[in-house]
Every structure is written in C-alpha cells, then in structure tokens.
Design a protein around this ligand. Structure first.
Ligand code: PMV
Length: 353
C-alpha cells in the first residue's frame, strides 16, 4: 500500500476557455490564459492510496463519498496515469528490477477544497489538477508538467492550467488525438510580484448551469462564439502574452475586462441564454469602472473578471489593493468573505501517511 498527499491551486482565466471541439477528449475551441492563485487561501488537497486489497476505485469529496462509476473524466485520469505507471513497471522488469505493481491496484481518493465547490471559483481546476498530480507522485511518474497537463485536461479542461504557477497558457492544439492540447507556463510566479488578486465571494451556492452543459449550448447556438474563436481570441492571446512579459498592467487590465465581458456576452448570445452574473456582480463591475475613472492620468487601476458564476476576481497592482478593499467594504458592508490573494506558485507537498 502506498499513500500520497498533494495540494493544487486554483487558476482564474484572463482569456477565457469556453467551448469544446471534442467533448470526449476535452479539446477546446480556443486558446486560453490564466493566472494561478496562491495556495495559502484557495486549494484542493488530495490524498490517494493504492492497495492490493481495494476492490474498486472510490472517491470522498469534502468528506462525503461520491459515486464515481459513471464519472468518465476521473476514469480518464486513472486510465492515463495507470498506463504510464505500467510502462515504468515493464521497463523496470526488463532491467531485472521489480516495482510494486501499483498500476494494477485500485485507489481510494480523498479530496477537499478549502473554498466553496462549484460556485464559479474553479474548484474543478484545482480538484482535477490535484488528482492528476497526486496520482503522478503516487506512481513515481517522471513526466513533465506539460505532459501531465494533457491528462489533467481530460479531467477538466481548465485543470491543465493549474499544474503550473504564475501565468499559464492552454494551447488548444490542432491534432484530433489531443496530443498537442496542453498547458505551458508563459511566465513564472515570481515574474510580476506587484500583481495581486482579490476574490469577492458574491455567492457560494452551486451554479445553475454547469460549465460542461453551458459550453455545449453555446457552441451549438451562438454565432458570437464563432466570431470570438476566429477573430478575437488569437489576437488577444498574443497581446496578453506581450502585456504579461512587459508587466504592462494597462493592456493586461483592459484585455482581462473585455474578455470577461465577451465571455458573458457569448453566454447571453446562447439560445436559450445562460446567465452567470447577478446584480451584485454587475455592481462590482460598475465600481471598478468608476474607480478607474477617478485615475488622474487616465490609467486603469484595477480589472475584474468573472468565470461561470457571480463571484468577482479583481486583479490590481498591490499599491491599489487597500483602496479597492475599502471600496468594496463600503458598498457591501459586512462582506467578510473577501479573500485577498497573491498570484502565487504551484506548491506541492508529498508525504507518505
Ligand atoms: O474547466 P471547466 O469545464 O470548469 O471550464 C472553465 C470555464 C471558465 O472557468 C469559465 C473559463 C476558464 O478558462 O477557466
């Protein structure tokens, strides 16, 4: 029996992934780019043990056992990591060595998030990244993070970006088998220490339309999505990478807000429409624009972005954060649930329990 525990961080996209060209392999219709947040506040922590005695694969999520018999995505991750482990075992056998046949054992997975699950706070990203990273450690896999990201992608698309810290692109790739659809680090977590993120938890309720369901409705019905995929995202990806490399907050902020707005416009363009934002989300957008308008030199001081839920993430230089928190606290008194988070690196810890 072997047991390993790891944690993985949340990532919040600034160029959004929305739409799959292959739903089985989870291949996206466009590139995307995200910032990985500090694990100190938001993370998924996963413990996995493999044992000869286990009769089937089991999962406990936030202390409650889940039925995973029909969970294809988890099984994708099990299958792919076991195949890599099996290869290691076969290679070792050829050298006359014996590795414990972990690839043939069933696993027990115990995972918990220290933040609301499925409320648009990217719990699937950190959860599936933690699953794949912990399996890789359990099986002593030597594959690099981009290779592991290909597996995490098959658990949940955005999970592939949570295997890296800092600024991370998910390249959509062009191959039908998905072998070139993976995450790469654009810049490390140390690259832009002045940039910080404030997470405003507007609602911690489970979202009404899952991203899987929502995306496919959009792909099937939104003409705006086609424009976004072909004309908008390729240009924005190039501009965003340049802005990150140059630590150019003006371009970063404008692109981040425009891309979030277009993602939600695409949701509205879906028929019937999908709504993820609520009145509080829209009020926060207004506050950020009004705050930016107070800038004497016309420079942007903060940028909002929203995933598939009403919660706001505000990116801003550290020097503006205190003011932003005061503003939010002024308009939403008692909002004790605001998390103040540094974009930070992937921290991993492995331990035998
Ligand atoms: O990976 P999923 O299926 O949870 O989809 C995530 C989609 C967004 O969060 C809205 C955008 C993104 O790029 O993370």
């Amino acid at each position: 029996m072997k047991t390993v525990t790891c944690t993985a961080p949340v990532n919040i996209a600034v160029i959004k992934y929305w739409g799959k060209r292959d739903t089985g392999l989870i291949l996206p219709t466009n590139d995307s780019l995200s910032v990985t947040l500090s694990q100190d506040i938001l993370h998924s922590k996963t413990t996995i043990s493999a044992a000869k005695e286990y009769s089937h694969d089991r999962l406990w999520l936030n202390g409650k056992e889940e039925d995973i018999t029909k969970n294809k995505r988890m099984h994708n991750c099990f299958r792919e990591t076991r195949a890599l482990r099996q290869q290691l075992e076969q290679d070792a056998a050829q050298r006359g060595e014996t590795l414990e046949p972990l690839s043939s054992y069933h696993v027990h997975v115990c995972s918990e998030n220290n933040f609301p699950t499925a409320a648009g706070l990217a719990s699937s990203a950190s959860g599936l990244a933690a699953l794949v990273f912990t399996l890789a450690k359990l099986f002593d896999l030597t594959n690099n993070m981009s290779e592991l990201s290909r597996i995490a992608r098959q658990g949940s698309g955005s999970a592939c970006r949570s295997l890296f810290g800092g600024f991370v692109a998910w390249e959509m790739g062009s191959k039908d088998d998905g072998s070139d659809s993976l995450a790469v680090q654009v810049a490390p977590e140390t690259h832009w220490p002045e940039l910080e993120a404030l997470i405003c938890v507007v609602s911690d309720e489970k979202k009404g339309t899952s991203s899987t369901e929502g995306m496919q409705h959009t792909v099937n019905t939104s003409p705006l999505l086609q424009h976004r995929i072909k004309e908008v995202v390729p240009v924005r990806m190039a501009e965003m990478k340049k802005a990150i490399h140059e630590r150019d907050f003006q371009t970063f902020a404008a692109l981040t807000m425009k891309d979030s707005n277009q993602f939600h416009a695409v949701c509205l363009d879906t028929y019937p429409p999908i709504f993820y934002l609520n009145d509080t989300s829209r009020a926060i957008m207004k506050i950020v624009h009004e705050y930016n308008a107070t800038s004497p030199d016309g420079k942007l001081k903060a940028a909002y972005t929203y995933d598939a839920g009403p919660n706001a993430v505000i990116y801003a230089p550290k020097e503006n954060m205190r003011e932003i928190i005061q503003l939010i606290a002024h308009y939403f008194p008692g909002s004790a649930d605001n998390y103040f988070v540094d974009p930070y690196k992937l921290f991993t810890s492995t331990q035998d329990l």
